[in-house]
Design a protein around this ligand. Structure first.
Ligand code: ADP
Ligand code: MG
Length: 264
């Protein structure tokens, strides 16, 4: 596996006058988890969707380096979104086999067996014949995880995959995903600094217009990490970066600026 290297990258949606990001520099090392944080609308999903090859006809993109080339990279990528996109008219097992069906491959006994063994890994072997609508949110995301693993790609792109889950379910799924995807190159978008710190071996904050990436040194423990003092200190630093206030202490009076304006 080779790293994904993007240097001097600029992206603009066709018809828009300004770029979403410009001069973007990032390397994703093989078999490494990268967590990407950033305010809503800064371009995180755009970056992921571009890497997945989903935006080629919608954007103007240039880079001094982009390797491996997009057509090669896009073939190595599996994509997992916040909404699990399970098809309600298929069983859980058939949803896990979906990629094979879409590729026009025959869903044979071997494919079914592989899907079943992955459902076992995510703890849902007994739900294979169920309808996705009869599962909880956490169970549905575990099916989506099994479906992602079924594709057997070396790069896994995850766009806020756990954000709709309650705290305990999310905590368990983070550990499960870290375990099952430990050999993959994972790009995880999250709005949750704690999630980035639990799972990120590289932690990036995306910010600004056009957006840039700022790297935050992760804690030393392996992932999934438990919360300790170092973790808490870095969490504070991430929140300050997200608030755009890393250069100075957060100024509460400034945050209340809206009400002050009226009295000026
Ligand atoms: P994030 O995932 O960080 O919340 P997005 O990548 O979804 O941000 O969006 C970044 C910006 O690009 C937003 O201003 C959004 O409105 C714009 N955008 C997203 N998709 C499109 C599109 N298909 N065409 C034009 N603009 C888009
Ligand atoms: Mg997004």
């Amino acid at each position: 596996m080779t790293p994904i290297r993007i240097q001097g990258a600029t992206l603009r949606y066709l018809g828009d006058s300004s770029a979403i990001f410009s001069g973007l520099e990032v390397t994703f090392e093989p078999a490494t988890w990268t967590a990407i944080l950033g305010p809503s609308g800064c371009g995180k999903s755009t970056l992921l969707r571009y890497i997945a090859g989903l935006l080629t006809d919608k954007v103007e993109f240039s880079a001094t380096e982009f390797s491996p080339p997009l057509d090669v990279l896009a073939g190595q990528v599996a994509y997992m979104a916040q909404q699990d996109l399970l098809l309600p008219w298929l069983s859980v097992l058939d949803n896990v086999c979906l990629a094979s069906r879409l590729n026009g491959k025959k869903v044979d006994v071997q494919t079914h067996q592989k899907a079943l063994s992955l459902l076992k890994k995510v703890g849902l072997a007994d739900k294979a014949a169920s309808n996705p609508n009869d599962l909880s949110g956490g169970q549905r995301q575990r099916v989506a995880l099994a479906r992602t693993l079924m594709q057997d790609k070396s790069v896994v792109l995850m766009d806020e995959p756990f954000s709709a889950l309650d705290a305990v379910t999310r905590y368990k799924l983070q550990a499960l995903a870290a375990n099952l995807l430990k050999d993959k190159t994972v790009l995880l978008i999250t709005h949750d600094p704690q999630e980035a710190l639990r799972l990120g071996e590289q932690i990036l904050v995306m910010n600004g217009k056009p957006a840039r990436l700022h790297s935050i040194a992760p804690p030393k423990q392996g992932i999934p990490r438990d919360i300790d003092g170092e973790f808490a200190a870095i969490q504070q630093s991430i929140l300050e970066h997200l608030a755009g206030s890393h250069a100075k202490k957060l100024d509460v009076a400034e945050l209340q600026g809206g009400s002050n304006d009226a009295t000026r």
